[in-house]
Design a protein around this ligand. Structure first.
Ligand SMILES: [Cu+2]
Length: 139
């Protein structure tokens, strides 16, 4: 390969890389009363979600794809998280899950849909899970 070709290809690769980094998206979820708005967000691997307006709320990941981080945020804290692993994430707000306050993050393809369908949860989280399955099946 000539030096020119190598340089051209290297330049192309670098611009593709910086393009994808520059356009990594950040979606915002707002806590409103006892709901997350929007309840379901769809992102690509490498994108982030920011939870805002969280004075009396938190996020606890309840169902996540295999190998993904099951994190819990501190009550009252705004929070951002970068999602790397593909799949459906189902979370709840601990104080308000009785009212069905929870949400769903779908990262790339819903690779863990079967696991979600066989998950045994009820009550508020069960309603959030139903929404997660419904959204994932539409993809
Ligand atoms: Cu809450």
């Amino acid at each position: 390969m000539t030096k020119l070709k190598t340089a051209l290809i290297t330049g192309l690769l670098l611009s593709v890389l910086s393009f994808s980094t520059a356009f990594a998206a950040d979606k915002t979820v707002m806590a409103q009363a006892v709901k997350f708005e929007p309840m379901v967000v769809e992102i690509s691997p490498g994108d982030s979600v920011s939870w805002r307006n969280m004075p009396t709320h938190n996020v606890q990941m309840m169902l996540v794809p295999k190998g993904a981080d099951k994190f819990t945020t501190k009550l009252g804290d705004n929070f951002s998280h970068k999602f790397e692993k593909e799949g459906v994430y189902v979370y709840q707000c601990d104080p308000h899950i009785g009212y069905g306050m929870g949400g769903v993050v779908i990262v790339g393809n819903p690779v863990n849909l079967d696991a979600l369908k066989s998950a045994e949860v009820s009550g508020g989280l069960g309603r959030v899970l139903d929404e997660a399955i419904k959204s994932a099946e539409k993809m």
